[in-house]
Design a protein around this ligand. Sequence first.
Ligand code: HEM
Length: 445
Amino acid sequence: MALKIENTLKRARALRRLPGSDSPLELPRMVKDAMAFLLERFERHGPVFKTRFFTPIVFLIGTEANKSIMVTRRTEFSFGRGYGITNANVVFDGSIMLQDGAEHKRTRGMLTPAVGRLAVQSSGEQVYRIWSDAVERMAAADSFDAYQGAEHATFDVAANTITGLDLGPETDSFRPLMHTIIGGMMAPVPYRIPFLSLDRAVKAREAIIDLMRPKIQAARRAEEPPGLVGLLAQYRDEDGTALSDDEIGRHLILLFWAAYDTTASASSWILHTLAYRPDWQERLREELAAVPESDVGLLETNKKLKQLDWFLYELERMYPSALFFPRVAIEDIEYNGHVIPADTPVFYSPYMTHRDPATWDQPNTFDPDRWDPDNDRSAKLSHLVGFGGGPRLCLGRAFAKLQLKIQIYTLLRNHRIEPVPRCVPKVQGVPVHHPTDSYLRLVRL
Ligand code: HEM
């Protein structure tokens, strides 16, 4: 008991010495304008500062900090405990997000071939069909909201490719359940209380698993395991034990969430940015003109599409899908002359690091040409962390990039995209970073 009190006091003293504020007003200030909040504190306090989102949190910012958290000193930080302080602890119980060490390695080893199946040509063709329909819908409307348009199409893609649901009524019945799960992630009360958001999210998760059960069981019996569900259904560990329906369902729901929310954000930034950059629409349209429709599923492996790559790197730099990601310090951590006490949540931030003038020339300017290797001030890919890094690098990066490239191909092939005159777009920072009130229209070429 005395030791516990001693440790609590030691922790409080160490936290007090860190720059920043742990006032309870920090969270409402952050929610009001997350981007301004983060940049202001980074400018004022430098690369190590504390704040409070329910509990005190320390931000470590900059390319060195990212490398330490994700690679060189990663054993000092727990990924699983980081997500464990969020509602993922309840909503995504039993998933890779709450794991570390050998347990994580095993799950990642199991999910990697299944997710790898998504980034292949045949699934690219499925994505192309979905995005072609989405573009037709956008073109038929007088105008559309960038985020809503992107969100609808990326939901269909995730439902169809990850969970193997049919488009139309089956996917539509899944939509409110998945939104209830995502709502649970943001529930202000982190406990399961009947009828409140977190309880509803867990019930929605169980309902989705029930919806998936016949598909999982059919995939177990199939000779050729169909898609991602099939690979998980026929997976055997080294003792020959299969995953239960419930385990498969939980992995699928986690993959769905990881894929959909993030890609919806990136995809909405594509729509918004292209609309305001007709020069880049032209450049990309010209580059993509050489790609026949039959090769859309190979866009991610086509090394000739340099400008498309630069455009997407720059999009990831300026508009990462999430502004920050959590870890927990496993032990007392000395960093840059500061001591971060054990058990403190420590966050890294793609948003702040990608706008750090110590790393980037004119960080607030959207300039895809900075990725041209022939350019003197060429930017370094190793400084981009929009998909994380090290052994926890995003498992779905190749598939996400494939979808974003297909989206651009489909959009620019027959249309010009432009903002609706006099609309005043804004930006939402949390839980996912995306433009709001960005009304656009497609004009047939
Ligand atoms: C534009 C789209 C995407 C973005 C920006 C993105 C971003 C990220 C980031 C930053 C992480 C690391 C989080 C951390 O360090 O705390 C991550 C992890 C992960 N992502 Fe993605 N992601 C995207 C799409 C996808 C897709 C399509 C899938 C699956 C099909 C996926 C599955 C995962 C999984 C399973 C992890 C956890 C990996 C592990 O812990 O080993 N993501 N993603």
